[in-house]
Design a protein around this ligand. Structure first.
Ligand code: CIZ
Length: 322
């Protein structure tokens, strides 16, 4: 049941107080609930939040996002306490590529005589990052790939759609891993076509984790930070059809209120049911209550793991030095 406004306000005040007592900051991804984004000290996509995390002065970071994001914050800040409101907040992409599977693929390509580098999307575990040459996000993947020695082949893991988009933009051949995001995979081409008919002057902005059939309909393709900057750059009011997690509409609306935003629905692959607001269930585990509880208990905490050391070298090179 939804909280009453008075209860919500009391919860927000309690979190603010706990944040002071615990010397904490809250970092929130654009895909979490609007109330949490408004309460956070910093919001952004995973690249911006990873870079923000290294500037944090306080001793505790509460990461309102998913596991790989909090893990990346810990990798970059070993001395800080990093809390994640729910350890269950995972990612279908991270699950699709284990370290064992990646090591086996790399071994197979080496045996076949390929000279390649491994470019890994940030939506992966630290163990997978530790086996990689570069870690990329949807914000910097094209730039990073453009700088890779053209004589090298590229193994891109685990998002096949982002990989295909990067291949198209950079004209680099890649071996693609067959992973995909459960949110971006299910946007309905049919509903997008209907919305385009209803709003003939609308612009379509789509995330590169979407399949090619959707990206072919887009006026602008980009990660969430690029979307935010794009809508801010348009002074004339527009209708914008948004093809990413529906919670992204909140920062778009906040930073560029001159436009009308329309979420494109998804269709469940299993049941065929329509999701008017297509949102990541893992991000949905971040609630005001779970943030309050994790600040109160000082848990769940991301603990340093031996593989973080190797992952740190790759993440620092990719996010902070590149
Ligand atoms: O990079 C991120 O934060 C993700 C998962 C999406 C985006 O484009 O912001």
């Amino acid at each position: 049941m939804a909280e009453s406004p008075a209860n919500t306000q009391a919860l927000v005040e309690e979190i603010k107080q706990l944040k002071e007592e615990q010397d904490a900051v809250i970092l929130a991804h654009y895909y979490v609930d609007a109330q949490i984004q408004d309460l956070a000290d910093l919001t952004g996509d995973s690249l911006k939040l990873a870079r923000d995390a290294v500037q944090v002065q306080r001793s505790t970071i509460v990461f309102a996002g998913v596991h790989f994001m909090a893990e990346t914050a810990k990798i970059l800040n070993p001395e800080k306490r990093v809390l994640l409101p729910s350890l269950e907040a995972g990612c279908s992409l991270a699950e699709s590529c284990t370290a064992e599977q990646l090591a086996a693929k790399q071994e197979e390509l080496r045996r076949q005589g390929h000279d390649f580098v491994t470019v890994t999307y940030v939506n992966t575990t630290a163990e997978v990052k530790a086996l990689s040459d570069w870690v990329v996000t949807s914000s910097n993947a094209v730039d990073v790939v453009r700088r890779i020695d053209p004589k090298k082949k590229i193994l891109f893991v685990p998002d096949q759609h982002l990989g295909r988009y990067v291949m198209q933009e950079t004209k680099r051949e890649m071996f693609l891993w067959p992973g995909s995001c459960i949110v971006h995979e299910i946007f309905s081409l049919q509903h997008l076509a209907k919305l385009k008919e209803q709003h003939p002057n609308a612009l379509v902005i789509a995330h590169p984790e979407c399949p090619k059939s959707i990206l072919d309909q887009a006026d602008m393709i980009g990660g969430t930070e690029k979307m935010r900057r794009f809508v801010m750059s348009l002074t004339e009011p527009k209708t914008i059809l948004v093809v990413t997690d529906a919670n992204m509409i909140h920062p778009l609306q906040k930073h560029a209120p001159q436009h009308q935003y329309v979420p494109v629905p998804g269709v469940s692959a299993e049941t065929g049911a329509l999701c008017e607001l297509n949102r990541c269930p893992h991000m949905g585990l971040n609630t005001l209550e779970s943030i309050r509880d994790c600040l109160k208990r000082g848990a769940p905490e991301i603990q340093w793991q031996p593989c973080f050391e190797a992952a740190q070298k790759v993440v620092v090179r990719s996010f902070l030095e590149h």
